[in-house]
Design a binder for this molecule. Structure first.
Ligand SMILES: [Zn+2]
Length: 70
């Protein structure tokens, strides 16, 4: 798998130096697409998928839960 750290992928990452660890997950629907899961400097999790970015309370999405389980 090609690992891309480019900020062009994800609005979440733009100017976001607080994300200290990043992981990528393939989207289910599009082989070219990647969601990014990350942990910020406060230990909070984030994800670039709609389930997380559109969630009013930032509830952990399936990608975050999958990553936390490791
Ligand atoms: Zn997600």
């Amino acid at each position: 798998m090609i690992q891309q750290q480019g900020s062009q992928l994800l609005p979440l990452w733009r100017g976001a130096d607080r994300w200290v660890r990043r992981f990528q997950y393939p989207c289910l629907t599009d082989p070219e697409c990647r969601y990014a899961v990350a942990i910020d400097t406060e230990g909070k999790w984030g994800c670039s998928c709609p389930a997380w970015t559109h969630a009013p309370k930032r509830k952990a999405c399936e990608h975050i839960r999958a990553r936390m389980a490791k």
